[in-house]
Design a protein around this ligand. Structure first.
Ligand code: ADP
Ligand code: MG
Length: 302
């Protein structure tokens, strides 16, 4: 998949514009869509309609700016740094990885790699160490996306903490390498807001703010069904029912910060697959259907 897309990269704009003009006979609407690359990348993502629209806007913006450039019209100076606000398991890392691929396909990023980092990767132990560490990380990320999770942890220790030095270094690197990498700071919404309020001037450097909402129970069930289908499994209707009531219970009992959203679903699915395997081995005889079916017994709730 990756190599297929990268192979087209050089002629990306032409391919897309030509497709629209000439390929009206193609049957699939996705194939005809000028946003095919975005739609393909996000096809396994449930919900997030607003975010998908935002990504299409960015995508269109890049391509149209390039067309304008060709005919000597004014273009925006594009900076793509972003803030991702959302609780755990709401898809922040997943989306950031997809953006690395999309911006690579668009030729905005030269390598399209993805580096996920947290406070420990930026902050050092003695004076001067932090700036060096942070610079090293940014240099590694050039051509790709640098994703800093729980970014507010950089502000944890106040003025004297080396986290401050990491922030200052990042800001400097954003200027020095402004079009060579994309920086995404991610974290819980409230902590991120607090972090930004403590560092005035930071927010304006991030033109894109993406909100990752908690999933509804129905969306979580849809995500579960999608996850099992992808792995060649099925959930019995009792299994779905059991999973659903467990998710409802967890959502009610945990604060929204501690309810792990789609990550909880993934863990449940992976556990169910392991339990099914044990159950089947004990049974000794099983059909293809048995091999595929995850039953209520396999949904393990604590
Ligand atoms: N909208 C979605 N559709 C399908 N799967 C999702 C969706 N959002 C998250 N997931 C899955 O849930 C898991 C946790 O997502 P992740 O991106 O790690 O969340 P975060 O970084 O916000 O904690 C991943 O396995 C991811 O594939
Ligand atoms: Mg994450």
């Amino acid at each position: 998949m990756e190599s297929q897309i990268s192979f087209q990269k050089q002629n990306q704009i032409n391919i897309i514009l030509n497709d629209q003009k000439n390929d009206s006979k193609k049957t699939s609407s996705i194939e005809n869509s000028p946003f095919r690359i975005v739609e393909d990348a996000f096809q396994d993502i449930i919900g997030m309609d607003k975010l998908k629209e935002n990504v299409k806007e960015m995508y269109a913006n890049v391509l149209i700016n390039r067309e304008r450039e060709k005919v000597a019209l004014k273009t925006d100076q594009q900076v793509w740094h972003m803030l991702f606000k959302g609780n755990p398991g709401t898809g922040k890392t997943t989306v950031a990885r997809k953006l690395a691929q999309i911006f690579y396909d668009l030729n905005v990023l030269s390598k399209g790699h993805f580096i996920e980092a947290d406070r420990a990767d930026l902050v050092g132990e003695y004076i001067g160490h932090t700036a060096k560490k942070t610079r090293g990380l940014v240099e590694k990320a050039l051509g790709g996306i640098l994703f800093i999770d729980e970014a507010y942890a950089l502000a944890r220790g106040g003025e004297k903490d080396f986290g401050k030095e990491a922030i200052d270094t990042l800001v400097k690197q954003m200027e020095d390498y402004h079009d060579q990498f994309i920086l995404i700071l991610a974290g819980y919404p409230d902590e991120m807001d607090y972090f930004l309020s403590m560092n005035p001037g930071l927010q304006s450097r991030f033109p894109f703010i993406m909100h990752f909402d908690n999933y509804t129970i129905d969306q979580l069930i849809e995500i579960a069904m999608h996850m099992v289908k992808e792995r060649d499994y099925q959930l019995s209707s009792e299994a779905i029912w059991k999973l659903k009531s467990y998710l409802i219970k967890m959502q009610q009992h945990k604060s929204s910060q501690h309810f792990a959203n789609a990550r909880l679903v993934r863990n449940m699915v992976e556990k169910a697959i392991r339990y099914q395997a044990v159950r089947l081995l004990q049974k000794q005889r099983y059909s293809t259907n048995d091999l595929m079916l995850l039953t209520a017994k396999d949904i393990v709730v604590e």
